[in-house]
Design a protein around this ligand. Structure first.
Ligand code: URA
Length: 242
């Protein structure tokens, strides 16, 4: 692929802007300076740098982000900065989208991609990717509340009770709640339905992929092959009895 097209495909601007960057000597490819925008490169294992910043060619972008509190998941935010401001501009320019939104006060694992099929599958209600939330409740959580969450609770505007796939007590006020759906404010509404209240909410796992301990709040990273394999596995039926 021509270098100009490589850069354009990776979000570095219009083809004309990429051509100019190359001609101005801002780009190296596999360690060597290249000022010919029409030079051809094999995109397999292609490493390049733009103004000294290293990149690898990726046909599609798959990443995870440790969302901080007080960030919104939409592009046009109302009260807080957008999570997209935590990503480098080429990723935003190539239009990565978050897969399922978290509330502005929720922290934790968010996946982003520009692969429409992957986004569709991961967010499809049919695929039922389990998501695990660490919930800090206002009141101590008792056994009856846990069993109600797993048996199913009736939410306003829902035709039938909704059950958690699993609910594990971590401490008096903390539970790990596994859900198969991603309905609006679902955790907060389910916890309210058992007469408790969410005081802190963090998503710690999506499918088989856990939020890595070493991914600091506000940081993002590429999903590696192993992570993609985990995510592409057919979700297991995690439902457990209380
Ligand atoms: N459920 C909620 O209530 N909020 C979130 O951010 C995610 C799930």
């Amino acid at each position: 692929m021509q270098l100009e097209r490589v850069l354009h495909s990776q979000g570095f601007g219009s083809r004309k802007a990429c051509r100019i960057m190359v001609r101005q000597g801002e780009v190296t490819v596999n360690g060597d300076a290249c000022d010919d925008p029409f030079a051809e490169f094999d995109t397999e294992n292609l490493n390049f740098s733009v103004n000294g910043e290293p990149w690898r060619y990726r046909e599609k972008a798959y990443l995870m982000l440790h969302k901080p509190a007080n960030y919104e998941c939409s592009h046009r935010t109302q009260h807080h900065p957008t999570i997209y401001s935590l990503l480098p501009y080429p990723l935003v320019a190539r239009d990565v989208q978050c897969i399922g939104r978290l509330d502005e006060d929720t922290t934790g694992l968010i996946l982003l991609s520009d692969d429409g099929q992957f986004i569709h599958r991961m967010s499809s209600p049919k695929w039922k990717v389990p998501k695990v939330y660490e919930v800090t409740a206002k009141h101590a959580v008792d056994e009856k509340q846990i069993s109600d969450l797993v048996k199913g609770v009736q939410l306003v505007d829902e035709p039938a009770p909704i059950a958690a796939l699993a609910c594990k007590q971590i401490s008096d006020h903390v539970i790990h709640l596994t859900l198969a759906e991603g309905k609006y404010h679902q955790v907060k509404r389910m916890v309210a339905a058992i007469s408790n209240r969410v005081e802190g909410l963090k998503r710690i796992r999506i499918g088989e992929l856990s939020l890595p301990d070493d991914l600091a709040v506000g940081q993002w990273r590429w999903l590696d092959e192993a992570a993609l394999v985990l995510l592409n596995q057919q979700p297991k039926n995690e439902r457990v009895s209380a």
